[in-house]
Design a protein. Sequence first.
Length: 247
Amino acid sequence: MANTASGVESADTQLSSSVGDYLKTIWQLAHDGPVSTGDIAKELGVTAPSVTGMLGRMSGLGLIHYQPYRGAELTEEGRREALRLIRRHRLLETFMINELGFGWEEVHGEAELMEHVVSDDFTERLAAHLGQPEFDPHGDPIPRADGSLPSAPDTPLAELRPGERFIVHRVLSQDSELLGYLEGVGIEPGRQLTLRSKEPGGALLHLEFADARGAPGKGGVGATARSLALSRALAEVVLGKLVDRQS
């Protein structure tokens, strides 16, 4: 098959979930170089031989550059396709959470199913309906229609020192149990926290919500400040912006 836009569109239709999942995974794992077969296999929960076979097919479609024992990198066409799918996915999650009442932890699987079947026209109408959001409710950046990405603060909560204040921007996980827990305790984009102390070794962070709250999701007159102990492992996936250091 020729490496053309029509060829990519055909791959998206015929191999929708598999090709799309690989494209998104490579994009998400890529930093300064190729993504290894082992890393892709671990992320997708498949065997290394399965990854090798799929990468060969994707290379033939012009979606990736692939060399055995070195790894895979997205071509420009592959990157565009990955960002197109991620844009669909995050807009769908935004719609489901903001307008259909889904919980944080419920939307990922649903969006995975729908992202491969909705059209670009539907996607852009959905974006317009939602007011062209730049971030989804998890704080993940939504790629723009031209493939560019909005910038976002990315300091991990785990890096705070006692006395520092922090505004949550993003929860970097798709694990439904983890997302449900963090949402339940009030760790969500826009929430402001202060680190009061860390246990020796930093394994447990003692946090206080900067806004008065009596219970998760509740505030107003009569609410009291609320404290929370959070493990370092969970704090690593909470990204945001350092505000300042308090005395």
